[in-house]
Structures are given as structure tokens and as C-alpha cells.
Write a protein that binds this ligand. Structure first.
Ligand code: ZN
Length: 288
């Protein structure tokens, strides 16, 4: 079994607002973390690359010490702060974009972005440098609470817009807030996604399929009741402690968190049911 950590970031800035602060990371901390991962011999993959390697698509095999770095929501500071660092360290990554939040979404605008967001041009530019653009719904609702037609609309509109605007197939997604259900996963599969990131601190290697890749949250003291409740449930049903979500204000600790996550991380297998994927992403209220 291969263990693959999946790190999850949100805003990358020295000046987060109240909404983004709980999950923001300083550019200098991100730089340190990427440098650490590079020096430690990790091989960065996009989530799509990881799935391809798991399924051995086109003869792809799993590299030594694989790791996946992801960014949720599509903040404008991904383009200004994260992209230059990823480029410097030659790190591919996956950005999960909420299409209704894009800064020039125009008549497609939906939901309430938490901060300045990427434009379509910036997302395209990132994609051209090897960044994978994945789905994150159209308006960022809690998908498991939607009526079936609204759920389908969220998924298909998001995937359709991303593919139209970016000009590349979209095969992966992350659930807003990490929430999913059997129904949501079924619709995600029907919408044409091959893999999706969910939420949990821990993972039961044999229980999760490609549409429920658990995220990891290293943050302590999360204030989202539902997430906490879910985490407790996951703890009961799984054996893998997960998580590392480096964030603002933990300058000295951030690297330790990444180190712990990268070193302690999980499983990985292929296909649904038989082999598990383990991940390190996080979610929560401000995860947006
Ligand atoms: Zn989000």
C-alpha cells in the first residue's frame, strides 16, 4: 500500500481577512514548506496524476514519496503568491475552483466569495504552467443538503464552465466544506469526475473510494460543529490519523505540521473499495 499525503491550502497571504484567516498561510511559510518537501525527496503530483498512477493509466506508475498539494476555492493570491513559489520549486498542484466565485464570472456569478478571487485568465495561465484545475461546485453550497436537481446543477455547471474556460478536461473535485453523502458521490460520478476529496481527520483505508478521498486538517480547535461531529465519527471508523493544514500564525510550527503530515501519512490504493486512498486535506467552515 502506498501512502500519499494530500496537503490542503486556501488563501496564501500575509494579510488575510476575517473570513480567510482561519485557513490562510503566509507566503514565506508556504515557501519553507515546499523547500522542505523538495529537500526531503517528495515527488509532487496533481490529484489527477495521482489517480492516473493509482489506476496505472497509460503505464503511469507511482513515484517514490508521492505528495499532492491542493488549494481550495481559487483565491487571487494563488496567482500572485503561490504560483511563483510552486514554479520556483517546480511543484505541480491542484486548484479546486468555485466557478461562480471567479472574479469575472459575470452573469454566472453565484455565492459569496470570501476574498478577491482568481479571474478566468489567471486560472488559464495557471493551467498552462501545469497546475490542475479541479471542481469545487459552482456556488459553494453544502452539497449534501441540496435537492437532487440543484445538486446536479452545481456539479455540471461547475464542470462545464471550467472545461469551457480552461480548455482542459476536469476530472477531479473537492467537496465544499468536505461534505458529501452516498447520493452526492453518485452524482459526482455521474457528472464525470474520477476522483473527489472529502473531509476527515482520519481515513479507513478500506472504506473510501475515489470519490471520497478524505482531506486532512492539522488545525486544532476547529469551530465547526458538523465537521467536528463528522471527525468523531471518522475516528470511530478508521485507523488513520490524518492531517496537516499549515496555516497563518504558526510560523515555527507550520513546517513541523507538514513534516508530520508528510511523514505520517496514509494509504493509497486504486479503484473503489479494494484499495484506499489516504489523504491530508482539511476542511471546515472557513474552508469555503
Ligand atoms: Zn471551499
Amino acid at each position: 500500500m502506498t501512502r500519499v499525503p494530500i496537503l490542503m491550502y486556501h488563501s496564501v497571504t500575509d494579510t488575510p481577512n476575517d473570513d480567510t484567516k482561519p485557513h490562510a498561510v503566509r507566503p514565506s511559510d508556504l515557501a519553507e514548506q515546499l523547500a522542505y518537501l523538495k529537500e526531503s525527496g517528495f515527488t509532487p503530483l496533481t490529484l489527477g496524476d495521482l489517480v492516473a498512477a493509482l489506476n496505472k493509466n497509460n503505464g503511469r506508475s507511482m513515484p517514490d514519496k508521492p505528495i499532492v498539494v491542493t488549494f481550495d476555492d481559487g483565491y487571487a493570491d494563488f496567482h500572485s503568491h503561490a504560483l511563483p513559489l510552486l514554479d520556483r520549486y517546480n511543484f505541480p498542484a491542484t486548484v479546486f475552483l468555485t466557478s461562480g466565485w471567479v472574479s469575472d464570472a459575470g452573469k454566472e456569478a453565484a455565492g459569496r466569495p470570501l476574498d478577491d478571487m482568481l479571474s478566468w485568465g489567471q486560472a488559464r495561465e495557471a493551467a498552462q504552467t501545469g497546475i490542475e484545475i479541479g471542481g469545487h461546485s459552482h456556488s459553494h453550497p453544502q452539497l449534501d443538503q441540496l435537492r437532487i436537481e440543484d445538486l446536479r446543477q452545481e456539479l455540471r455547471r461547475n464542470k462545464g464552465l471550467l472545461e469551457e474556460k480552461i480548455g482542459a478536461p476536469v476530472a477531479t473535485m473537492a467537496y465544499p466544506y468536505g461534505y458529501s453523502s452516498a447520493r452526492v458521490r453518485r452524482e459526482v460520478r455521474k457528472a464525470g469526475y474520477f476522483a473527489a476529496c472529502a473531509v476527515s481527520n482520519t481515513i479507513a483505508a478500506d472504506r473510501h473510494d475515489m470519490l471520497a478521498i478524505p482531506p486532512v486538517d492539522g488545525r486544532q480547535g476547529h469551530d465547526h460543529q458538523h465537521v467536528q461531529a463528522r471527525r468523531r465519527r471518522h475516528r470511530r471508523t478508521s485507523h488513520l490519523p490524518a492531517r496537516a493544514h499549515p496555516h497563518q500564525g504558526v510560523r515555527g510550527r507550520a513546517q513541523d505540521e507538514v513534516r508530520a503530515a508528510a511523514g505520517a501519512r496514509k494509504c493509497l490504493g486504486s479503484g473503489r473499495g479494494s484499495s484506499p486512498i489516504c489523504a491530508t486535506r482539511c476542511s471546515g467552515r472557513a474552508t469555503r
